[in-house]
Design a protein around this ligand. Sequence first.
Ligand code: GZL
Length: 311
Amino acid sequence: CAKEDEGSSTSSDGSKAITLGFSQVGSESGWRSANTDSVKSAAKEAGYNLKFSDAQQKQENQISAIRSYIAQKVDVIAFSPVVVTGWDAVLKEAKAAKIPVVLTDRSVETSDESLYVTLVGSDFTEEGRRAGKILEKVLAKAGVKGPVKIAQLEGTTGAAPAIERAKGFKEVMDADHKDDWKIVVSQTGDFTRAGGKQVMAAFLTSNPDINVLFAHNDDMAIGAIQSIEAAGKKPGKDILIVSIDGVKDGFVAMSEGKINAIVECNPLLGPQLMDVVKKVKNGETVERWIKTKEGDFMQDQAKAALPSRKY
Ligand code: GZL
């Protein structure tokens, strides 16, 4: 995994520079790249010494990166856990070394709440609910009557956003659409364009009557669009598409009429993370979950929004 050391000896306020060890999931999507840029630029802005590693979506690489940060005696460890389980052992080592841990973006399942101080990230279950609610608007706008046959492209198996977005979307289905919506096929595309393209091609063979795609991120939706077009169908018309993230290429696809709505998931967590890291280093109390602010966008808003998109 790529290791990078960046930073200076004093922070922007002249005190001894904070050394932050950060383990990133990987570089699987446009969202992830924007998230990495935000973390690096915010650390530079704050004058922190940033030790950064890219785990290439492998949990074992994240665990070894965290262990190396412990050995280097960094001030704070932050990471975006690729999946929710399997962290207790290494987080207990960080606790034993008295190094506070901050989660960013994704959460973990743990029996010991003291193993991390806070999560800086979005509410994925709410994002799934928002996707369900905006699909109602998309269907109404498209004048769809009759059965809604949904294909779901899931994120990385075992990852918090995949688990929770599916849960939130299903809540809306169970509450308001028991009789007219059905997820006829659902499979992981691992949050990548290649995954979305490959799985969507298989979906179209097994379920040619799909009329909606719910993709857990824009990159899989963009990959799926290639397979939909290769099958001679019109994305955004023959198959309505709702996606999550709001990366620039997602907005471009929406402005071209190929994605019908996007639920934003803000990757620009860097400044919030650096602020929390400083408070944690100073022993201040911080909220257990620092949620990011984000909106929802229908297709007719895409063109106007594009110039001001920051990622
Ligand atoms: C969500 C983040 C997800 C994005 C994907 O906060 O963990 O991982 O939705 C990314 O694009 O790969």
